[in-house]
Design a binder for this molecule. Structure first.
Ligand SMILES: Cc1ncc(COP(=O)(O)O)c(C=O)c1O
Length: 443
């Protein structure tokens, strides 16, 4: 009998064993080693289709009153195979830097479906953006001036800080007075004046105000604010935008009992407000752009990790807690250490075992923030057991590092009963091979 795990159709409990699509977690771990990220191709496609059809079925888009396009935020997971899946689903790519532009091109995204949305750009990055012939979105007046001095992109866009955010985790708030992102309305206006003067023909307007937002009403409220800004710009300097990009931010529930975002409702409300704003401010026919990352790939990934060392609680000594040491750590999955993020953890070898004991799941890194879960109620575990850390498809591998001179993990794509390696685990060559020692130090 197979039992699905809430909100994760591609994960199932088959006689107590965890399956990712039709491959058991144990088989994946045995074949590819641990720690390993496993992604469900089915789930990634489902997520993309869900947002695409949510857009397509709104009254305004289905009747052709509003145009829209979905871009994938490459930073969420830059694996080329995942990019290829999303290109195949006809999405565009939102690239944060030159290497992400390069990756998007290698994955086959055409130039006119790549938006380069960096922040705090260097001159070299701006020149790379121009040379690659993609649309360039800058987040400062400084970058706008430098970009326009170097050349004319086919489409110039600016990221505004509209002063509104729906992010709940401090590190995921990207707008408002404490955020380093975007520009003031006055400076954005100045940027468009310069672009107009430089003869740029196509213009866009962009914001990205927060991540992992589960409130359906938020996206419409933020869009309303952005359209009012577009209206003010239009009134002052008479420009029309090719696109108005409301950013990403569609959230996923990281706790099994957390609210699930009703993406159809969020999109419907947003498109309605967008259409009303376009009419109210006489904005022409700008395309509505959305650039989600987390929603498309976040819940499609599972990090498999094996227990190496258990330190039971020793009440009469200093350690008043039980620690379960696994082979993944903050070098593999940074989110818990970075923002205290929560990820559900399953005992992949026996999903039916009762949770009996609070333990902390920790990694092998010499930092006490290297705790993937603190005081988590879990079944009785033993060294050698396999754990699955859920919802690690976004900002998992991408934030991994070589800290403590450790290898970044492997990545595997599961599709039905097939599991294929899509990034090999690093070896010594990747971890230490780029170091150079001056001859004088070799003596
Ligand atoms: C410019 C930009 N667009 C899109 C995203 C994707 O955000 P999310 O994963 O919340 O959808 C981000 C995330 O940081 C971003 O910085």
């Amino acid at each position: 009998m197979s039992k699905l795990i809430r909100n994760h159709d591609f994960l199932s409990n088959r006689g107590g064993k965890l399956f990712v699509e039709n491959v058991s977690a144990e088989k994946l771990a045995a074949k590819f080693g641990t720690p390993v990220y496993a992604y469900s191709e089915l789930r990634i496609r489902e997520n993309a289709r869900r947002v695409k059809s949510a857009l397509a079925f709104t009254p305004e888009i289905s009747r052709g009153l509003i145009r829209s396009e979905l871009f994938y935020a490459v930073k969420a997971n830059n694996n080329l195979s995942i990019l290829s899946i999303l290109r195949n689903e006809n999405l565009g790519a939102d690239a944060a830097g030159p290497a992400e532009i390069e990756l998007a091109q290698r994955a086959g995204f055409p130039k006119n479906k790549i938006l380069y949305s960096g922040v705090f750009h260097s001159d070299e990055e701006l020149k790379f953006g121009l040379k690659s012939g993609v649309a360039v979105n800058v987040d400062s007046l400084s970058a706008a001036k430098r970009l326009l001095k170097f050349g004319k992109p086919p489409l110039f866009s600016m990221r505004v800080n509209p002063g509104i955010t729906g992010g709940k985790i401090r590190g995921l708030i990207f707008a408002g007075s404490d955020a380093k992102f975007g520009e003031s309305v006055a400076n954005v206006l100045q940027g468009y004046r310069l672009a107009k003067k430089a003869g740029v023909k196509k213009l866009g307007l962009h914001m990205m105000t927060g991540s992992c937002i589960l409130d359906e009403n938020y996206f419409a409220a933020a869009a309303e604010k952005l359209l009012a800004i577009a209206g003010a710009i239009r009134k002052k300097i008479g420009i029309k935008f090719e696109f108005i990009d409301i950013g990403g931010g569609l959230g996923i529930p990281y706790r099994l009992n957390e609210k699930i975002l009703d993406v159809e409702k969020a999109v419907k409300l947003t498109v309605k407000v967008f259409a009303a704003g376009v009419a109210k401010f006489d904005l022409g026919n700008p395309k509505l752009l959305l650039e989600p990352g987390r929603f498309l790939v976040g819940d499609a990934g599972v990090l498999l990790t094996r227990i190496q060392t258990i330190k039971p609680k020793t009440p009469r000594q200093a350690r008043g807690k039980a620690f379960v040491g696994v082979d993944a750590g903050m070098q593999t999955l940074l989110r818990p250490a970075l923002y205290g993020a929560w990820h559900e953890i399953l005992f992949a070898g026996n999903l039916n075992a009762k949770a009996v004991k609070k333990v902390s799941i920790v990694g092998p890194i010499c930092e006490n923030t290297d705790q993937l879960a603190r005081d988590r109620l879990l079944p009785k575990l033993a060294e050698g057991d396999l754990l699955a850390i859920l919802d690690t498809g976004a900002y998992g591998f991408g934030m991994s590092s070589n800290y403590n001179t450790r290898a970044r993990p492997a990545e595997v794509l599961v599709s039905g009963g097939k599991a294929e390696i899509i990034r090999e685990r690093e070896g010594l060559k990747e971890i230490i091979g780029r170091q150079r020692v001056p001859n004088r130090l070799k003596k």
